[in-house]
Ligand binder design. Structure first.
Ligand code: NAD
Ligand code: 2YG
Ligand code: MG
Length: 264
């Protein structure tokens, strides 16, 4: 898994606020309002403990602080434990935590200790970035969506689009993965040589660890790109040329989705 860097998180607070504003403009729902709609849950004064984890590649500068910003920005009570790892877990419970947030190199989870619900960042990130496209009011009549990157984030996005009755076209640089997804789900391959399927899209979801995955060929004027993938898959030049709006933020949107996934 590609790990976040402190540089990825440098502008995270502005990015979260700015993306919340864009999501509200696009969907008429604030980010927390959209999460409430999707999950049918709401916060109820839960105390959220963030535990820094040293395993593997260790602490990522600003990771815990970015989670705390997210929790507090959306009106919840949170704290970062002074201890790390198991000692941090013990501290979190002793200090009355209701929900634990913690991540090692393989998994970033939210665990609600009161109701036992657990959420995984990759699933919740795929889901919320897909729902943003599905709820974008100016794009509601067009059901075609292109999904680029069919990994741990892209696959739950595919499932979300299907649940939302979208026509899903998929692309991955790994053609075996495309074949797997096409055989497992009612989706079509993105195929620019097939005149019966669309070549360009108003709605594009991208979840890859690569830049320049979104070429001019798949864009329409005013396409909407919802992309958790880091780095951004579309160049500034194409964003400007095609007047593209891009939803992209490195950590907070997915984190809020995880919290709503474990609320009652
Ligand atoms: P993954 O490795 O499970 O999946 C990535 C997929 O992208 C793979 O199937 C791979 O074959 C495909 N791919 C790679 N290069 C490609 C290219 N040039 N064109 C098309 N497909 C390509 O990774 P993941 O866990 O799904 O994460 C995807 C990205 O999302 C990573 O950059 C990760 O850091 C990021 N991410 C962001 C957030 C967030 O909150 N913004 C949250 C989780 C993950
Ligand atoms: O506690 C810490 O500071 C570290 N142990 C956190 C490690 C997180 C590693 N995971 C990633 O970098 C991710 N790709 C998942 C983060 C979700 C948002 N991109
Ligand atoms: Mg995010």
């Amino acid at each position: 898994m590609a790990l976040l860097t402190p540089e990825d998180l440098a502008n995270m607070t502005n990015a979260l606020v700015e993306n919340d504003r864009l999501i509200t403009e696009l969907t008429n729902y604030s980010l927390d309002g959209l999460c409430r709609k999707i999950y049918g849950t709401a916060p109820n004064n839960e105390k959220v403990a963030i535990i820094p984890i040293t395993a593997g590649n260790g602490i990522i500068g600003s990771f815990s602080e970015s989670l705390l910003f997210t929790v507090q920005h959306f009106g919840m009570d949170g704290f970062i434990t002074e201890n790390t790892d198991v000692a941090g877990y013990y501290e979190a419970v002793m200090k009355g935590a209701d929900i634990i947030l913690m991540a090692d190199d393989l998994a970033y989870i939210a665990h609600n200790l009161k109701n036992s619900k657990i959420a995984h960042n990759q699933i919740c990130t795929g889901r919320i970035y897909a729902e943003i496209l599905c709820n974008a009011k100016d794009y509601a009549d067009d059901k075609d969506v292109l999904v680029i990157g069919l990994g741990k984030v892209g696959t739950p996005a595919v499932e979300t689009f299907l649940k939302e009755k979208q026509n899903v076209y998929v692309f991955d640089v790994d053609s075996n993965r495309v074949d797997e997804v096409v055989s497992e789900y009612p989706v079509s391959k993105y195929d620019p040589t097939d005149s019966k399927t669309p070549n360009s899209f108003f709605k594009i979801f991208e979840a890859t660890p690569c830049a320049d995955t979104i070429s001019k060929d798949v864009l329409k004027q005013n396409s909407l790109v919802s992309t958790p993938g880091i780095p951004c898959g579309i160049s500034d030049e194409l964003i400007e040329k095609y007047s593209i709006r891009v939803v992209l933020e490195p950590l907070g949107i997915g984190t809020l989705s995880m919290l709503y996934a474990v609320f009652d």
